[in-house]
Design a protein around this ligand. Structure first.
Ligand code: TYD
Ligand code: MG
Length: 458
């Protein structure tokens, strides 16, 4: 019988140690070491590679880089334009892609949808749902799926045997945390198991050239559960995010070995699955005719795409002693900073008021260019003066109240122009070298927040 032994793994970074230690010497986290059962590898190593054909003991040789043929890799282009965009133009053969996201956000839906729509043989492996459940979902998605195979299995050896038999052109593994390899004794979802299964799937992908999508759970801090190590193993890490109470979902690239990480896909969750959103600005602007106080439109960039988003603020008298501050889709600390700037530089007093801030569509915006629109909506709500809804803003607000320049300003102006806005407010440091006359939209420049007040609210 093979000898069993235990090893301690850091649940944060995946480092291992033969003994329990309180503080991880690699990531400096406290109390993260957990015991995992490991079986000593003996003949297991041989058996594990039984599906492999290319390993007949030939020694690898180093090759001069000039002699390597670059040969254009033929990417597998999926029917999902947003996914292709995020991956940098399609799925690279033999790549391992990790897709993470909150429970219930739609990871399984997205992957099943791709599996059904793809005009090629796909193996969809699920360790979470039964065949009937998957079928039920597939019926809702109402796609063709004539060449999609479903396997409900958690044992990686059996999965890889089946994959070898079916020879799919794409494989999906629904949740790496449910997989287990027979060569380790520890429980599925443990660090050792997750790492070993991912490594096995990686070897399979590289040797057979079949691309594999791994679905991964994320923990409460929003990181992909299991060791950070998983992120190092795979070629691409995608994050599927959004507010569960809204229908919009964003697919972001956190890492991509074959393309840029600036790309981003936007979907809308409907009763028949996820629909691609190719014109986000038009959807995120609420079509209302009357002008209300507290609304301002920001010309933001999400990755490489310009997106006009409505920001809404509500400033009202605080009932209790301590005023409340709530922000949805925006960083609370940044909101406090903007309020402090407004108090100090413009003499608007928010300290006796509750402040609620909301970004339309439940989308989380990280672009600092949204600052100017937020400041405008806060002043608008406080003074109860509305801002015309054909004006938009793009600028970062600094601590001393200066409006700073932001990146890709021309794209923002062009998008606002395309959508028929009459004016855009940008930083005066941002106009250099921009052919302002080219656009129909009026480009207004401002240098400080005080000037915003004069421009809009007098
Ligand atoms: P799911 O893909 O199961 O999430 P995950 O795998 O990330 O945990 O997504 C489930 C949610 O999506 C569920 O709350 C219902 C919703 N949904 C729709 O709105 N329309 C659909 O067609 C499908 C299949 C799911
Ligand atoms: Mg799922």
């Amino acid at each position: 019988m093979a000898k069993s032994r235990t090893i301690f793994f850091c649940s944060n970074c995946g480092a291992s140690s033969p003994k329990w230690i309180g503080k991880c010497p690699h990531c400096n986290e406290w109390n993260t070491y957990q015991e995992e059962l490991i079986q000593k590898e003996t003949a297991a190593e041989e058996k594990r590679r039984s599906w492999s054909t290319s390993q007949k003991g030939e020694a690898s040789k180093a090759v001069p880089i000039q002699k390597i043929h670059s040969g254009k890799t033929h990417r597998l282009v999926t029917p999902d334009g947003e996914l292709n965009r995020v991956l940098g133009g399609g799925v690279v053969p033999g790549s391992l892609v990790l897709i993470g996201g909150q429970p219930g956000i739609g990871k399984s839906t997205l992957m099943l949808q791709v599996a059904l729509q793809l005009n090629a043989r796909v193996l969809y492996v699920s360790g979470e749902e039964s065949e009937e459940q998957i079928k039920m979902r597939a019926d809702r998605l109402s796609a063709d799926g004539s060449d999609c195979f479903v396997l409900t299995e958690t044992n990686t050896s059996k999965i890889l045997q089946q994959a070898q038999e079916i020879q799919p052109q794409l494989m999906v593994v629904d949740s790496i945390q449910t997989m287990s390899t027979p060569f380790l004794d520890s429980a599925p979802g443990g660090i050792a198991q997750v790492r070993e299964c991912a490594a096995e799937l990686l070897r399979f992908a590289k040797e057979t050239n079949i691309p594999i999508f791994l679905i991964g759970h994320i923990n409460k801090d929003g990181d992909i559960a299991g060791p950070k190590l998983l992120e190092h193993i795979v070629d691409c890490v995608l994050q599927f995010e959004g507010d569960r109470h809204h229908s919009y979902r964003i697919l972001r690239t956190l890492k991509n070995r074959f393309g840029s990480t600036d790309e981003l896909g936007i979907y809308e969750m409907q009763s028949t699955g996820l629909r691609e959103v190719s014109n986000p600005s038009e959807l995120l602007l609420s079509q209302k005719d009357e002008e209300l106080s507290g609304c301002a439109i920001a010309a933001t960039m999400e990755g490489m795409r310009p997106m006009l988003i409505e920001t809404q603020a509500l400033v009202s008298k605080a009932v209790f002693g301590t005023p409340q501050r709530t922000a949805t889709g925006f960083d609370m600390r940044r909101l406090s900073m903007l309020l402090a700037v407004l108090e100090k530089r413009c003499g608007y007093y928010f300290s006796i008021n509750d402040v609620f801030l909301n970004i339309a569509g439940g989308i989380r915006v990280e672009d600092p260019a949204i600052d100017l629109a937020i400041v405008a909506s806060l002043i608008s709500s406080l003074t109860d003066v509305s801002i015309p809804n054909n004006i938009c803003f793009a600028g970062e607000v600094g601590l001393s109240g200066e409006i700073r320049s932001v990146g890709r300003i021309e794209q923002r102006i062009a998008e606002a122009d395309r959508l028929g806005f009459k004016a855009i407010y940008i930083s005066k440091y941002n106009v250099k070298g921009i052919p302002v006359d080219k656009y129909q939209i009026r480009v207004q420049t401002i240098g400080r927040v005080e000037e915003l007040r004069h421009a809009l609210f007098l």
